[in-house]
Design a protein around this ligand. Structure first.
Ligand code: GLU
Length: 211
């Protein structure tokens, strides 16, 4: 269980997210990744096994211009610590992006059901199932779809989700893994731990279980 950072607002999301991940490095991790949505809804994803430096090298210190994004450090529980299994994970349509810390206990049953219904899962993780479950119920409102998908999960999670059609919005949820919301001036943050966002805001909401 490592780290989550999310940002939505008027500033460049990429550098804010990478700085947030650096502040979460102390928690330990085996892979890191980032997803950015630009204002026309184009999605950019980069993820790498190993140190955060592997990710920043892959990005060549340039992140696309974007006001919304998610970033993650992984401590593998389901699936090897490789590039493919690193988060973010995306659904079949490429519209929905998910990062997650924790363990989905009923992942085998969920993955089998999704595959039987025609979904193509490209990683070995428990997390990827969440992206496809949100895909199945999405009807125009990401918070509603995430709530409905989470009813199917057993286990522990802090997670963050975004959708290309709602490109100023992040949805977060917590069950037995910490997640905080940071409130800025016209901008908002999600993070595993306040240390990731304290340089930007002191107004923080500590989510409760089930929020
Ligand atoms: N269970 C997920 C995985 O193995 C998340 C692990 C974590 O908490 O980083 O990808």
């Amino acid at each position: 269980m490592c780290g989550i950072v999310g940002y939505t607002g008027p500033r460049e999301a990429g550098p804010i997210l990478l700085a947030g991940l650096r502040r979460l490095e102390y928690r330990g991790y085996d892979s890191a990744g980032i997803a950015l949505l630009d204002d026309v809804g184009d999605l950019f994803v980069e993820k790498r096994a190993g140190k955060l430096a592997n990710l920043t090298t892959a990005l060549a210190d340039r992140t696309p211009h974007a006001g919304v994004g998610l970033a993650h450090t992984r401590w593998a529980t389901h699936g090897r610590p490789n590039d493919l299994n690193a988060h973010p994970h995306v659904d079949c349509t490429g519209e929905i992006t998910v990062i997650h810390n924790g363990i989905i206990e009923n992942f085998r049953e969920l993955r089998d059901g999704l595959e039987a219904r025609g979904h193509v899962l490209t990683s070995e993780t428990d997390t990827e199932a969440i992206a496809h479950l949100v895909e199945e119920v999405y009807a125009g409102d990401l918070a509603d779809a995430t709530r409905a998908a989470l009813r199917r999960l057993e286990g522990a999670y802090a997670l963050a989700v975004m959708h290309r059609a709602e490109s100023d919005r992040l949805v977060g949820a917590r069950m037995n893994v910490p997640l905080v919301v940071g409130l800025g001036e016209g901008e908002s943050f999600l993070a595993s731990d306040v240390s990731a966002i304290l340089e930007h805001t002191r107004r923080v909401i500590f989510l409760e279980e089930g929020d």
